[in-house]
Structure formats: C-alpha cells, structure tokens
Design a binder for this molecule. Structure first.
Ligand code: NI
Length: 412
C-alpha cells in the first residue's frame, strides 16, 4: 500500500479549517522536540511521572482546567472551555506509556532507558495532542462547548483507560476520538472503518495433568505430551471449523512447556497463548469452547485438564457517525485522496475500547511510514524494536485532532 501522492485539496479559504494544516505545520518543530524528549525517556505501565510532568508543563499557560493523577496513575485530563457558549464535550485521547523492550534504531534520540522503548508511537500521540491543545486554545472564542484532552498511561496491557473511565474522564463527554500512528500506512494518509476496528485480546493458560514415569514404559504412565499436541491441533480445528469465516478469531499457542529430560515422561504439560476476536459473539464462543475441547481431548486419553481464560481488552468498536466525521475532516485537511476505509479490523487490541464502549467514538490510524521505505507494508511495524516514523506526518495528526474537535463542536 503506497499510493502515489497527488496534490492535496485544501479547505476553502472561508472555512474555519482552511488554516489548520498550516498552523499545524508551523508547530511541527515544537511537536517533534516534545516527541523526541519523551522518546528518549520512555516510561512503562501506569506510572509515567516524567511524561506527565512534561505534558503539564507544555499545557501551562493555555488556560485549561487541568487535573493531574498521582504517581500510581499518572493521568492528565485537561479541559478547554469554549468561549462561544454551551455545546457538546468532545474528548481527544493520547496514551503515554512505552513498551518493555530495547530499541534498535540509530536515531540520535533513541531510548536511553534499558528495557523500555516507545515502539508503539505513544510518544508521538502525546506530542500531537499537546500541539492540538495549543492550536485549539488559540481558537477558544470560536468554540461552543468543551474539548477534553485525555492523556492516559498504561495502555500496553495495564488498562489505564479503565481506571480513568472509573475516575470519571467520560463524565459529560458526547464523543471521543483517538489517533494511532502506524508506519504501515504511507505518511500523510489516514484510515479507519466503522464498527470493529481492533480486536479483543485474551490469554489462556492450559495445564494437562497425566501421570509421569519412565520414558521406556509409557503404558504405566499417562503421557500429557501427546495430549498437548492433540489440543494444539484441536484448537486450530476449532477456529476453522466452528467459527464463521467472516467473524473470525485468532488462537495462537505461544508457549508449550513440558518435561525436563529425555528419559522421563512428565506429569504435566502447559500451553499458553492468545485469543483475538473482532466480535463479542466469537470471543465468547472461543471462551466457551476452549474448556470443552481441552477437557474432552484430555479425558479421551485419561488425563485431566485445567483451563483458565484471562479476559483482556474487549473489541474496539467505532461509531459509524464518528468515523464519517473523521473521514470528512481527513479529506479536508489532508487531501481528498488521503483517507481510505480499512477493509478489515486490525488484530491488535486497544484499551480505547473501554471509551468507545461508553460513548460514540472513533479510533483512526495515521500513516507515518518513513520516507526511506518505498513500500509501507514492509516498514518495521508498531512494537518492532526497529520501528521508526516520519516526523513531519505528526503535523497531519495535529491538524486531524484540531479539525475533528472544531467539526464536532460545530465550528467547521
Ligand atoms: Ni499503541
């Protein structure tokens, strides 16, 4: 996917959106500087105090109502109250945490924290949202309603969004929008889709319990290893034979563990892995089928099985109207041909799902493919130790945020 760029159409001069792309480009150096600062000092989980303090400092002087979380949950919620009277409240969200991995890029602002890296672009998300806050604050008098900026730690498996929702971040919110960068879409393009946009992500833990003994006399044992092998095959059959091909799931066994040496049949075998689905129907189907399948296969061989499914993030579902709004905005500020609808959801998961479960919203992907990579599909993706992004595209993200808020508040 690497469409040839064509001349971008721009909003008409009379539109309130007309100057947004240029304003965003003017802010690019500042946005990039903040992004690089955060990139160099990644923080994990729910506690991102340095990042939080940078956000608070960057928002200082903009006249926002800011509430800041403590060191256990370093959230920042900042409200811009429009001067144009009553209107809806629109939430824009950025996640703030990094991943527990090393970075293997040669950029001079690479992570200086061993075992932590901004390989999912949350550093860029923060910088773009701070930039948007700056531009929207300058237009305060045009706004009828309120823009809420949600800076959320702990997206990478810690459910920071759950905690912020519980703390009231969605109180009074009418619609919510988020951008996620991806190097696998050409820079300057944005894409999303109505309905399911990202998958649910659950994990399973299976323990098959047999009877150990001497490897030379399996008839005196109950060997859990072939049972585990049959379970692995059975899980793949479950996916292809029980589920609707148009409402799919991915079940991956990612860890197989049994035994200690060559002449001992172990007592136990452990299988672990992930379950991804793009509908709650299929997700629940797999949850219910897993113990049945594993238990039956084990019983068939005289073994016992213990199955645990740990529920993770649910499916992220975009509201069709919210996607329409973003699509219209993207065509206006990025260019008529710079928006496309994704043909299918992405099998990654997001805790923005907890936001769109409560209020209509849309998560949109922003293309940031580095300009030295011709085919964006070959770019190191998010979560790669070599993930890089095209920083000028961050101005596109700022413009999208700003234009989305203006449009949602009826200004544009
Ligand atoms: Ni991410």
């Amino acid at each position: 996917m690497n469409p040839t760029p064509t001349t971008a159409s721009v909003p008409t001069a009379s539109s309130p959106l007309a100057t947004v792309p240029a304003e965003a480009r003017d802010l690019l150096d500042e946005v990039v500087a903040l992004r690089r600062d955060i990139h160099r000092h990644p923080e994990l989980g729910l506690a991102n105090p340095r990042t939080r303090d940078l956000i608070v400092a960057a928002l200082d002087g903009l006249g926002l109502e800011v509430s800041v979380g403590g060191d256990e949950l370093t959230s920042v919620v900042a409200d811009l109250v429009g001067g144009g009277g009553d209107g809806p409240t629109v939430l824009l969200r950025a996640d703030t945490d990094a991943l527990p991995m090393d970075e293997d890029t040669d950029v001079d602002f690479r992570s200086c924290v061993p075992g932590a890296a901004h390989a999912c672009g949350h550093d860029a998300h923060v910088a773009m949202l701070v930039g948007a806050a700056r531009l929207l604050a300058a237009r305060r008098d045009e706004l009828a309603g309120r823009v809420r900026f949600m800076f959320q730690p702990g997206e990478e498996g810690f459910g920071g969004a759950v905690e912020m929702v519980a703390a009231g971040v969605l109180d009074g919110v009418d619609a919510a929008y988020a951008l996620h960068i991806t190097p696998n879409i050409p820079a300057g393009f944005a894409a999303s889709r109505p309905g399911s946009i990202m998958a649910s992500a659950d994990t399973f833990h299976i323990e098959i319990v047999g009877r150990g003994g001497h490897a030379s006399t399996p008839h005196f044992c109950c060997d859990p290893v072939p049972v585990a092998a049959e379970v692995i095959t059975g899980l793949q059959t479950l996916v292809t034979r029980e589920l609707n091909a148009f409402d799919p799931a991915v079940v991956s066994v990612t860890r197989v563990q049994a035994g200690t040496t060559t002449n001992v049949i172990p007592e136990r075998a452990v299988l672990e892995g992930t379950i991804r689905a793009v509908s709650e129907t299929t997700r629940l189907h797999v949850h219910e089928a897993l113990p049945r399948l594993v238990g039956s296969v084990a019983a068939a061989h005289g073994a016992e099985a213990d199955v645990r499914v740990d529920a993770g993030y649910p499916v992220t579902v975009n509201d069709a109207g919210a996607v329409d709004l973003v699509a219209g905005v993207a065509r206006r500020v990025l260019g008529e041909d710079r928006w496309f609808e994704l043909p299918a959801p992405v099998m990654g998961a997001e805790d923005f799902s907890y936001v769109t479960a409560k209020v209509p919203g849309a998560m949109t992907f922003l293309g940031v493919c580095p300009d030295d990579i011709a085919d964006s599909l070959t770019a190191p993706p998010c979560h790669s130790n070599r993930m890089r992004l095209h920083e000028p595209a961050l101005a596109d993200g700022v413009a999208l945020h700003v234009a989305t808020a203006l449009t949602a508040l009826g200004v544009a």
